[in-house]
Design a protein around this ligand. Structure first.
Ligand SMILES: *[C@@H]1O[C@H](CO)[C@@H](O)[C@H](O)[C@H]1NC(C)=O
Ligand SMILES: *[C@@H]1O[C@H](CO)[C@@H](O)[C@H](O)[C@H]1NC(C)=O
Ligand SMILES: *[C@@H]1O[C@H](CO)[C@@H](O)[C@H](O)[C@H]1NC(C)=O
Ligand SMILES: *[C@@H]1O[C@H](CO)[C@@H](O)[C@H](O)[C@H]1NC(C)=O
Ligand SMILES: *[C@@H]1O[C@H](CO)[C@@H](O)[C@H](O)[C@H]1NC(C)=O
Ligand SMILES: *[C@@H]1O[C@H](CO)[C@@H](O)[C@H](O)[C@H]1NC(C)=O
Ligand SMILES: *[C@@H]1O[C@H](CO)[C@@H](O)[C@H](O)[C@H]1NC(C)=O
Length: 501
């Protein structure tokens, strides 16, 4: 069913009030129902989305979380009982602000749980890193996405985080089909969200998956529109959207120069690499090729590839000895903080010390399977079948079909470089032109001052964050939040010295 028009709402409301058993079309007032019945009773007796309602007191927290829903929904659009189910957590907006928009967040990997985004980046409650010999101090996040939209975090593809799946998924196409199947079932359960403006957002490897998911939905407009899925655009931060030649190799030397002190690279080490790569022009590649408008195709130097000389790897080898370095945020300080999701950050094996596995009752309280050991990242759920990354395949058409697309880059991330996304944009043709025609110069500001730059042309916005690494909303929460509001069209520019407007 599509979004109901006003007369249909009135009609449906009338029908609901005469027929006692009719399923409701408008959101329930759960708080009012809770005055007379327990949440358990409501969940047991409900055949609609209230069965996903969560308690507002979670074990381990001494404050109430905003009203939220969590649980499992199948990826099979024609069989909601299919065992392949994705875990989701959903927090509606607290006011009318954002009631027209649904924002979904997914993390990367493939196989990294979106619980990282939910509980450490842009969810209603943050479990921050903490210092040794202290304890983690969770807090309510003033920059949670639910302050701007209906916010949903999904563990996908199957077998990621709390999600369950039997089969190995084939390629981005397989990921897109499963995810879209989940969406169809999700919007069936949460009927009042049908027709609202939908935005897919995420970071890292989500930058490879999200454009393919969007492409799949845009390729079948009638099928998805009829099911209330009204996709408007995407937002990917520090994304694996283009090949590593762009994202690591070509901009590596200028990155090392820019952050030479932070990366503890000596003048002699830098000079040694420069002597090696000068003949290919790789010491000044960004400066020489990043032009607005572009001067033609941007080609990697002939005779060079990363097997001939690994620029990025060689430069990083000088830095690896440095104390407390993190590839996700090269400015991380000593001593290394502890991560309540389990250390090391992307462990592929369960850690005894994380909030999900060691706060008794936490998993059940958020609607996750208590028998499942949560792991931040797993790798046994996806098969790479060699599809081209979005920059060289689906991205132009995704931008052309969207109201707005944002690509972001946190400069302190040494895994996927901001200058790499800039080069990749300048070598991509969408809406009739190659690259941006005008040099990005818009100022991204928050109450803390300038935090980066941004630029928008022909439906694509690029944002550079000066004070963030790989996890933008975690590293610069106000800047990350403003960007979400900009995506949704709630603010028209990013230059106001304010955290919200
Ligand atoms: C969905 O479930 C039906 C019934 O079990 C099955 O025939 C179909 O193959 C499944 N579809 C997918 C995409 O797995
Ligand atoms: C913190 O605790 C660890 C043991 O868990 C100990 O080795 C270390 O010395 C302590 N550090 C401080 C500053 O007390
Ligand atoms: C990006 O490239 C430019 C050269 O065009 C350079 O001046 C700048 O320092 C680079 N920035 C980073 C973060 O690498
Ligand atoms: C830029 O695009 C052209 C095609 O227009 C392609 O031949 C070239 O390899 C691309 N550059 C990079 C660095 O991938
Ligand atoms: C890299 O370049 C070398 C030398 O030209 C060539 O032998 C090799 O096949 C290339 N590797 C890739 C992955 O293209
Ligand atoms: C989780 O477990 C670790 C040890 O296994 C303990 O140090 C930590 O306090 C526990 N955290 C919570 C919130 O229970
Ligand atoms: C967890 O395992 C127990 C014991 O095997 C079982 O009784 C229970 O139903 C399981 N819970 C879920 C949610 O699968």
């Amino acid at each position: 069913m599509k979004f109901l028009g006003l007369t249909q709402w009135v009609l449906a409301a009338l029908l609901a009030s005469v027929a006692v058993t009719a399923s409701p079309v408008a959101p329930h007032d759960l708080e009012a129902m809770l005055e007379t019945r327990s949440l358990e009773e409501i969940r047991r007796s409900s055949d609609d989305y209230l069965k996903f309602a969560l308690k507002r007191h979670l074990p381990g927290l001494d404050f109430k979380i905003p009203r939220s829903y969590g649980g499992y929904i199948s990826v099979n659009a024609t069989n909601s009982a299919d065992e392949r189910q994705l875990y989701f957590f959903y927090t509606p907006p607290e006011s009318d602000v954002g009631d027209d928009d649904v924002v979904i967040w997914i993390n990367g990997g493939p196989g990294c749980s979106s619980m990282e985004g939910l509980w450490q980046e842009n969810g209603p409650v943050i479990f921050p890193y903490y210092a040794a010999n202290t304890s983690v101090k969770p807090y309510l996040n003033p920059y949670s996405t639910h302050k701007a939209a209906h916010a949903i975090w999904i563990d996908q593809p199957g077998n990621t985080g709390f999600s369950k799946a039997g089969l190995e998924i084939q390629g981005y196409g397989g990921i897109a089909k499963d995810f879209s199947g989940f969406l169809v079932n999700f919007f069936k359960e949460f009927e009042h969200l049908q027709g609202k403006r939908l935005w897919l957002t995420g970071e890292s490897f989500a930058g490879a998956m999200i454009p393919y998911i969007a492409h799949h939905i845009y390729e079948h407009p009638k099928y998805y529109n009829n099911r209330g899925i009204n996709l408007k655009g995407i937002h990917i931060n520090d994304p694996s959207w283009a090949d590593n030649t762009y994202m690591e190799q070509l901009p590596a030397f200028e990155y090392a120069k820019h952050y030479q002190k932070t990366l503890t690279i000596t003048d002699a080490e830098l000079a040694k690499v420069e002597r090696k790569i000068k003949k290919w022009g790789l010491n000044t590649f960004v400066e020489d090729h990043l032009k607005y408008p572009p001067k033609g195709p941007i080609k990697a130097p002939s005779g060079w590839n990363s097997s001939v000389y690994d620029v990025w790897g060689n430069l990083l080898s000088f830095w690896n000895g440095a104390h407390c370095s993190s590839v996700y945020d090269i400015t991380a300080k000593c001593p290394s903080p502890l991560d309540p999701l389990g250390y090391p950050l992307d462990a592929a094996s369960p850690s005894a010390t994380n909030i999900f596995n060691n706060i008794t009752g936490f998993k059940a309280a958020i609607g996750a399977d208590p028998n499942r050991t949560w792991v931040e990242c797993t790798s046994d759920n996806w098969v790479d079948i060699g599809e081209a990354l979005p920059q060289a395949s689906v991205m132009p058409s995704v931008i052309e079909n969207s109201e707005r697309v944002i690509i972001g880059g946190g400069d302190r991330d040494v895994l996927l470089l901001t200058n790499g996304s800039k080069l990749a944009i300048q070598n991509m043709t969408w809406s009739g032109h190659q690259g941006f025609q005008v040099k990005p110069s818009g100022v991204l500001r928050t109450a803390a001052g300038q935090r980066g730059t941004y630029h928008n042309e022909r439906g694509l916005t690029f944002i550079e964050y000066f004070y963030a690494g790989h996890m933008v909303p975690q590293d610069d929460p106000a800047a990350g939040f403003k960007t979400t509001k900009y995506l949704l069209g709630q603010i028209k520019k990013l230059s106001n010295p304010s955290n919200t407007s």
